[in-house]
Design a protein around this ligand. Structure first.
Ligand code: NAD
Length: 260
């Protein structure tokens, strides 16, 4: 029987990252969950996932804004499971402000967490993947990796940056059977987004469906959110044998946003 593979998903205690972690656990992988906190509930989440799936799920705390912690996360994952077969760079934060009012520390934090962390985890993981003779890197970018919106200068810059990193790493590793791709979600119904709906309903005096269609999904032609499960399924596809010749590119899951 072939050995169980290991997936490391950064920023995976909620939303898209958690759904990706759950999907890889369902597909029989060992999984490393990660966030910057070190609460009982982080480890309980890993234990609960572990209980429901055949592979082991562990939580490893590491702040993705810190280069040495990104490297330490990969080292700890490899120590626990022997290697990292699939690396998913998902950790991300947002801040919205006009460029002239954008706090420099917010800029630095977004570039560090949304872009530089992927460089550090990739640099630490590639030697393991080269040794294994194969590997998959999936970067969670955004529609904002392809197009801009006002007041999101750091986020849009970081997401455009990760698209360039994805293509460069793919070219460097093309003959090593290691692929590197990005997923570009539009609006995804994460708990964070769901929590904003009641406030928007009140502010606009609209019902839930109208708020979703006309306020939140203004730029998403299907007028439907993508789901975390759909993003997770796309990550699983990029990690599958069927995607072996897909590298240096992205898959948009944005309801047509970037077609316009
Ligand atoms: P979320 O807030 O639900 O999850 C983010 C995760 O990252 C959490 O587990 C959080 O603990 C973790 N995290 C934050 N800062 C961290 C740090 N310093 N170190 C380690 N972990 C950290 O957000 P989400 O909506 O699931 O977003 C996940 C990714 O998907 C992000 O990269 C985001 O930019 C991207 N994305 C989201 C949407 C959307 O509509 N939700 C759309 C496009 C792209």
């Amino acid at each position: 029987m072939s050995q169980r593979k290991t997936a490391l998903v950064t920023g995976s205690t909620s939303g898209i990252g958690l759904a990706i972690a759950e999907r890889f656990a369902t597909d029989g992988f060992n999984v490393v969950l990660n966030s910057y906190t070190d609460d009982g509930q982080d480890h309980a989440l890993a234990a609960e996932l572990s209980e429901r799936h055949a592979g082991a799920v562990v939580y490893i705390q590491a702040d993705m804004s810190k280069p040495d912690r990104c490297q330490a996360l990969v080292a700890a994952a490899a120590e626990r499971f022997g290697t990292v077969d699939v690396l998913v760079n998902n950790a991300g934060i947002q801040h919205v402000a006009p460029v002239e009012e954008f706090a420099p520390e917010k800029w630095d934090a977004i570039i560090a967490i949304n872009l530089s962390s992927a460089f550090h985890t990739i640099a630490a993981t590639v030697p393991l993947m080269k040794k294994a003779g194969t590997g998959r890197i999936v970067n969670i970018a955004s529609a904002h990796g392809l197009v801009a919106s006002p007041f999101k200068s750091a986020y849009v810059s970081a997401k455009h940056g990760i698209m360039g990193l994805t293509k460069t790493v793919a070219l460097e590793l093309a003959t090593h059977r290691i692929t590197c791709n990005a997923i570009c979600p539009g609006y995804v119904l994460t708990p964070l987004v769901e929590a904003q709906i009641p406030d928007q309903m009140k502010a606009h005096a609209m019902d839930r469906e109208t708020v979703i269609r006309e306020v939140m999904l203004d730029r998403q032609p299907t007028k439907e959110f993508a789901t975390v499960e759909q993003i997770a399924a796309t990550a699983a596809f990029l990690a599958s044998d069927a995607a072996a010749q897909i590298t240096g590119t992205h898959i948009s899951v944005d309801g047509g946003w970037t077609a316009a």
